[in-house]
Structures are given as structure tokens and as C-alpha cells.
Ligand binder design. Structure first.
Ligand SMILES: Nc1nc2c(ncn2[C@@H]2O[C@H](COP(=O)(O)OP(=O)(O)OP(=O)(O)O)[C@@H](O)[C@H]2O)c(=O)[nH]1
Length: 508
């Protein structure tokens, strides 16, 4: 309904016709004006006077009619194709009217056939030939066939010069069209590169596991797609813009000192309103332009820097798109990492939580099922006496005991060990791809470096006091029992250890 209204209320002549109709208007006007001149010349030479000149005036009207026809048509390109065919018919008739003056007939026919061939191909040219011949022969059949191949040398010169001017004009039109085409092709190629780069940025955002990787890989892809530009990205803390939290560079020669100074320069630009700011950074060289992420990140202020010879509208549009994409990807990644941390980590100690440990244990159990030689081990650790600490000194003190044990355990774990808080005062370590030796090694380190060590805590009433750390341990591995029973065995051994230690304490 809306479309219908828009079309039906368009004012007369308001629509811009297809560029073909615009391009053909001047050469057509010239050709018909020239043919009218030819007609007048022949009328004067032959003495036929107004009987030839008056109908010839119609030739002057046709270019305007053709233009209006194309401008008013729904499909102005198709209308112009029809105009070109009608040119052939009209000129065929007029060559018959002029008794087939040879130079005119040849040059006009050639122009008609060529025009149709250029814009619509050989089939349309054949139709044009048929119309030209039909017009010429039909008119001759109606009015009598007369032939006058030559009029005068002066008219030959006039016609020859007109034909040369016309063909040059057509060549110029085609040159203009080719240039336009070249520009369009370049623009399309550029847009394809932008589109491709945006797609790649989306892919990087999915695969990157942290912000450094996200920014590094994004810039590497941008630079690979646009090697003519250099890129850098800076994320600065929102409340302390002088602190650059993340920076990545691709295709730019930035030393550590340059990065520091660029960071300082950006920190001063926070209030600038321009979408792209030109940076006068002499030591880095070339022109650097900074595009702000303008509040699209919740914790940071972000900048995309580009090294380019000059800033034009196309580059500015491209930077805006990249900045949007980078900002969205970074914010999503930050959110995703925060959620992942909340889902995987224990709030008090920052260690992995029980859920994460159980998933990791499950993977190890499955791995052992698929590859029997792939063993794993588990070490359970339980803090002795937490309840007493809670009861005597308060839960805050108990929390401090738990976090101290967590920190100290972490010191002795390797990067491949999965240390988790399993429950209140229980910790567990999974050693993927290891046997009991790994659990025994850590148990021995705990006995040597943690057990019996002092730990300083603050009580609920603000007093500092020192406690002695005591831990019960139980290790087991998949070399001893079926994979599903390893955790239970470690737990049993931990309780055995606890009982033994209690008895020892009771005796001492
Ligand atoms: N402060 C604090 N206490 C906790 C937390 N989670 C569990 N607890 C407490 O830890 C204590 C665990 O009790 P028990 O299993 O008897 O631990 P224990 O006193 O160390 O005794 P044994 O393990 O048998 O030596 C309970 O008092 C829980 O309320 C926590 O996050 N913070």
C-alpha cells in the first residue's frame, strides 16, 4: 500500500531516469539536429522547400519525446532500449525520405546498429537492422522508391564531419560509462573487503579465549585484509584513562615507549566529540587517526588507531564499522569471561569450584575408558579444626583460614593440576594424565611446607591471632581402582588420615 502511494503520487518528470537515458540524450539530440540540417540542405538544393523541411521539424521533437518516455517509464532502461530501436525505424524512414543519399544512409545506419549492439547485444542489433530496413523499404513502398546517392561535395563534408563528431561523442559517452563502471567495481571490491573483514572479526570473537587474543587476532586479520593501513587498539580504564589495560598492534612500528606516549595522548582525548581524531604523533611517523569506541564498553574507553596516508569518507565509514564490531566483540567477551569465571570459580578462594572439578573428573574418567593407559590421580585435602575456629573467633576468621590454605596449596600445584574447593573446608586436586606419584608428590610438599605452618588471622573483635595449619590428606589413582571409584578411595584415605591424626593428637 505504501509503495503504491509512493509511486502513484510521484510528480511528473520528478524521477531521475536510468543513466543510459541520460547518456544517450546529448548524442541523440546532436544526431537528429544534424539530420534536420541535412534535410534543410537537401531541400534547398533540390528546391523541395517547406514540403521537406516541415516534416523534418519532427526530427527535432523526437529526442525530447524519447527522454520523457524514458523518464516517465517504470523501467527507464527498457524504455531507452525501445527508444534506440525507434531511432532505427525513424532513421530508416528518413533515409528513404532523403532518397538514400549514400553517405547519410551508411553513417546513420551504422550509428543505429552500433548503438543497439553496444547497449543490448547482437540480437537487438539484428532487430534494429530489421526496423531500419523495414522503415526505409516500407516508406519507399508507400511513397515510391527513388534513389539519389550523391548530392554535393559540400553536403558530403557536412555529413562526414557530423558522423565523425557523432562517433567521437559516442566514444566519449562510452569512456565515461567505463570510468563509472571502474569506479563502481573498485567500490564493490572495497566493500567486499570490508564485509570480509567484518565476518572475520566475528569469527575471531568466537574463537578467542581472552581479551588479548581477541584484540591481537582481530588486528592481524584487519591488517591482512587492509595491508595498506596499520592498526592499533587501546583499551584504557574508564576511571583512570592513563592506565592502558589492553593494547594490540598490527602493521604499525610502535615501540614500548611509543605505546606509552600514545596511551597518554589518548587519555587526553576522552572528551573530544569528533568521530575520528587526527593524532600528531611525530615519533611514530605518518598520519595516525584515532576512532573512539565512545562509551560502548562498560569498564573501558577503547580506541582504534589507524595509520593511513589521509582520511577520506570511505576510510571514516570503514573505521566506524570496525570500531562498532570490535567494541561489541570486546564487551561480549568481557561479559562472557566474567560469567564463565562466576560459573567455574569459588567465590571465596577464586579456585575452581566443585562443579568445574566434577566436569574435569568426568572427562578424565571418560578418557581412561577410551584409552586405558591414560591414568589420572586425585588428592583430597581437608582442613582440620575449622569448626572450632568458626565457633571461637567467628566466620570471618574461618574464611581467612580457608583462603590461606587455598593460597598455599596453589603455590605447590603445577599449571596442569586442577585445584578446586570441593566443599566447606575440603579441597581436591585432580592430576590429569598422571598416576599416584603426582598425588604423593604434592602430599609430601604439603606435609613439608604447609602442615604445621603458622597462619595469621583477624578475629571478629579485631584481634590478630596466629593458628597452626593442620590438614588431612588422601590420594588415589586410576591405576589402583576403576576410574569411577578414584574419588571415593581418596576420600576414604583422607578420613583414615584424619582419624589417625586425631588419635595421635589425643595420645600426645
Ligand atoms: N568460615 C567458613 N566456614 C565454613 C565455610 N563452609 C563451611 N564452613 C564451616 O566449616 C565447618 C566444617 O565442619 P567440619 O567438617 O566438622 O570441619 P572441622 O571442624 O575442620 O572438623 P574436621 O574436618 O572433622 O577436622 C563447619 O562449621 C561449617 O559451618 C565457609 O565458607 N566459611
Amino acid at each position: 500500500m505504501l509503495t503504491f502511494k509512493a509511486l502513484s503520487h510521484k510528480p511528473f518528470g520528478a524521477r531521475r531516469p536510468h543513466r543510459l537515458a541520460l547518456a544517450t540524450l546529448p548524442p541523440r539530440a546532436f544526431a537528429f539536429l544534424h539530420t534536420f540540417g541535412l534535410t534543410v540542405w537537401i531541400a534547398l538544393v533540390e528546391g523541395s522547400g517547406w514540403s521537406l523541411i516541415l516534416p523534418g521539424l519532427l526530427l527535432l521533437l523526437w529526442p525530447a519525446i524519447a527522454y520523457l518516455h524514458a523518464a516517465q517509464a517504470q523501467d527507464s532502461k527498457q524504455a531507452e532500449f525501445k527508444n534506440l530501436l525507434f531511432d532505427s525505424l525513424l532513421f530508416g524512414v528518413w533515409c528513404s525520405v532523403l532518397d538514400f543519399y549514400v553517405l547519410a544512409t551508411l553513417s546513420i545506419a551504422l550509428a543505429c546498429f552500433m548503438n543497439n549492439m553496444v547497449v543490448a547485444g547482437p540480437r537487438r542489433m539484428l532487430v534494429s537492422m530489421a526496423l531500419f530496413a523495414g522503415g526505409a523499404l516500407g516508406w519507399s513502398a508507400l511513397t515510391g522508391f527513388e534513389i539519389r546517392p550523391y548530392v554535393s561535395t559540400g553536403l558530403d563534408i557536412y555529413q562526414g564531419a557530423g558522423a565523425v563528431a557523432y562517433f567521437l561523442a559516442i566514444a566519449y559517452v562510452m569512456y565515461g560509462q567505463n570510468r563509472q563502471l571502474g569506479r563502481s567495481m573498485r567500490e564493490i571490491k572495497f566493500q567486499n573487503r570490508v564485509f570480509h573483514a567484518l565476518l572475520e572479526l566475528g569469527g575471531v570473537a568466537n574463537s578467542a579465549s581472552n581479551i588479548h587474543m581477541l584484540l591481537d587476532d582481530s588486528l592481524k586479520h584487519l591488517h591482512a585484509d587492509f595491508p595498506e593501513y596499520g592498526f592499533a587498539v587501546f583499551l584504557q580504564e574508564r576511571n583512570r584513562p592513563e592506565v592502558t589495560r589492553y593494547a594490540a598492534v598490527a602493521g604499525l612500528q610502535l615501540g614500548a615507549e611509543d605505546e606509552r606516549r600514545l596511551g597518554g595522548l589518548l587519555a587526553k582525548l576522552h572528551d573530544r566529540q569528533e568521530s575520528v581524531v587526527k593524532l600528531r604523533e611525530k615519533s611514530v611517523g605518518e598520519q595516525l587517526y584515532a576512532t573512539s569506541m565512545a562509551g560502548r564498553l562498560s569498564q573501558y574507553e577503547g580506541w582504534l588507531i589507524v595509520r593511513a596516508p589521509k582520511l577520506d569518507g570511505r576510510l571514516e565509514r570503514m573505521l566506524t564499522l570496525f570500531v562498532d564490531q570490535l567494541a561489541a566483540a570486546t564487551e561480549n567477551k568481557l561479559l562472557h569471561l566474567a560469567l564463565k569465571k562466576t560459573a567455574e570459580r569459588d567465590g571465596l578462594t577464586g579456585l575452581y569450584n566443585r562443579g568445574f572439578f566434577e566436569s574435569a573428573l568426568q572427562l578424565s574418567v571418560q578418557g581412561k575408558g577410551q584409552t586405558p593407559s591414560l591414568d589420572f590421580a586425585v588428592l583430597m585435602v581437608d582442613v582440620d579444626g575449622l569448626k572450632v575456629v568458626n565457633d571461637r573467633y567467628g566466620h570471618v576468621a574461618g574464611d581467612q583460614l580457608i583462603t590461606t590454605v587455598a593460597e598455599r596449596l596453589q603455590v605447590h600445584c603445577r599449571a596442569s593440576d586442577i585445584l578446586a574447593r570441593y566443599g566447606g573446608d575440603e579441597f581436591v586436586v585432580l592430576f590429569p594424565s598422571a598416576d599416584l606419584t603426582a598425588a604423593n608428590r604434592l602430599a609430601s610438599l604439603i606435609r613439608t611446607h604447609i602442615e604445621g605452618q603458622r597462619c595469621s588471622i583477624t578475629t571478629a573483635d579485631g584481634k590478630r591471632l596466629t593458628l597452626e595449619l593442620r590438614l588431612s590428606l588422601g590420594g588415589a589413582s586410576s591405576t589402583e581402582v576403576p576410574a569411577q571409584e578414584v574419588l571415593t578411595l581418596a576420600d576414604e584415605r583422607m578420613y583414615d588420615d584424619k582419624t589417625r591424626r586425631r588419635k595421635q593428637r589425643a595420645l600426645s
